[in-house]
Design a binder for this molecule. Structure first.
Ligand code: PEP
Ligand code: MN
Length: 343
């Protein structure tokens, strides 16, 4: 349920109103926009009589919110959320960022790839240290040593570091190392213990859509993180499983405008895992940018044929440099001000 508060309500009146609701056992979410203040009420609101609320003098309007996700819902928070990822880099609300780097951190050579992606225009660094591999016999990542390599590059290049956390017991290690953005991978999109654990921190979370997850399930996963107190969630469309076998996954580009409609959270596209093949990564990256994504996550390797994971979908530095130029042009087209002629 949301309550739209009258423009002329004082801070004091608003404070009393919120307390009054919370004393009845509900949680609240206050969103102050430029033109209106909205109080979201979370809990079993079937017990609340909307007419009673409407009789309160600072209340303009009361509306029921049918979706099960509340904190992630745009109705609760009409303006776009902007997530501060550190190093002066924010994502969402018109801030577009490109996260790039190899699938896995494989050793000190990571630094060279990091320098190259920065030169090409990437604004955030990625690299997996704990890898969710389908086979237990495949490379599992460098673990804590990998995090050290990532954080060294992040400090030297002044770029936020993005890396996947797979186990709730590792969250403290990620905090101690100073990881800027904790990624929750597709395979853990409904690992509720992990979602709750990262929700207890204030570190930004890059939440990927599950392999067979619906948009609503993605938003409910975000709700798990937010309900624990962490509002800094960035969503990621990374392709879903369909009957198609020509690509690793099927890129659901629709999810980008759908999420923007339903939620205030930023959403980025991952064309690498979405397609699984280098030759398809750039077209999918352009499509996500054109669809209004708040950013991209792209795998880049200096020698894809020797990569320890996901080499088949990695862009070479030259391909990434070319892609960045075109992404910039597409972004310009999408955000161009057409002198108020937009429909
Ligand atoms: C990754 O980013 O390397 C990764 C494993 O992604 P996903 O969870 O989307 O498969
Ligand atoms: Mn990968």
């Amino acid at each position: 349920m949301i309550v739209i508060v009258k423009d002329n309500a004082s801070q004091d009146q608003l404070g009393h109103f919120v307390k009054w609701i919370e004393n009845r056992g509900f949680k609240t979410n206050v969103s102050k926009g430029e033109h209106e203040t909205i109080v979201g009420i979370i809990g079993d609101t079937t017990q609340i009589d909307p007419f009673l609320l409407e009789s309160v003098d600072i209340v303009d309007e009361v509306r029921r919110v049918s979706e099960p996700f509340k904190k992630a819902n745009r109705k609760f928070h009409p303006q776009d959320t902007v997530v501060d990822c550190g190093h002066g880099v924010s994502i969402g609300g018109g801030n577009f960022q490109v996260i790039a780097g190899p699938c896995s951190i494989e050793g000190p050579g990571f630094m060279d790839i990091a320098r190259t992606v920065k030169k090409a225009g990437a604004t955030m660094l990625r690299g997996g240290a704990f890898k969710p591999r389908t086979s237990p016999y495949s490379f599992q990542g460098m673990g804590a040593k990998g995090l050290d390599i990532l954080m060294e590059a992040s400090a030297e290049l002044n770029m936020p570091a993005v890396t996947e956390v797979m186990d709730p017991r590792d969250v403290q290690l990620f905090l101690d190392k100073g990881v800027n953005v904790m990624q929750i991978g597709a395979r853990n999109a409904q690992n509720f213990s992990l979602l709750k654990e990262v929700g207890k921190t204030k570190v930004p979370v890059l939440l990927k859509r599950g392999l067979s997850g619906t948009v609503d399930e993605l938003l409910m996963a975000a709700e798990y993180i937010m309900s624990e107190g962490n509002p800094n969630v960035i969503l990621c469309e990374r392709g879903i499983r369909t009957f198609e076998t020509r690509t690793r996954n099927t890129f659901d580009v629709n999810a980008i405008p759908v999420v923007h409609h339903l939620s205030h959270l930023p959403i980025i596209g991952d064309p690498s895992h979405a397609t699984g093949y280098t030759r398809y990564v750039r077209p999918a990256a352009y499509a996500a940018t054109a669809a209004g994504a708040d950013g991209l996550e792209i795998e880049v390797h200096d020698c894809p044929s020797k990569a320890l994971s996901d080499g088949a979908q990695a862009l070479t530095p030259a391909q990434f440099t070319d892609a960045m130029k075109r992404i910039r042009l597409i972004r310009e087209a999408v955000t161009a001000d057409l002198d108020g002629q937009e429909a």
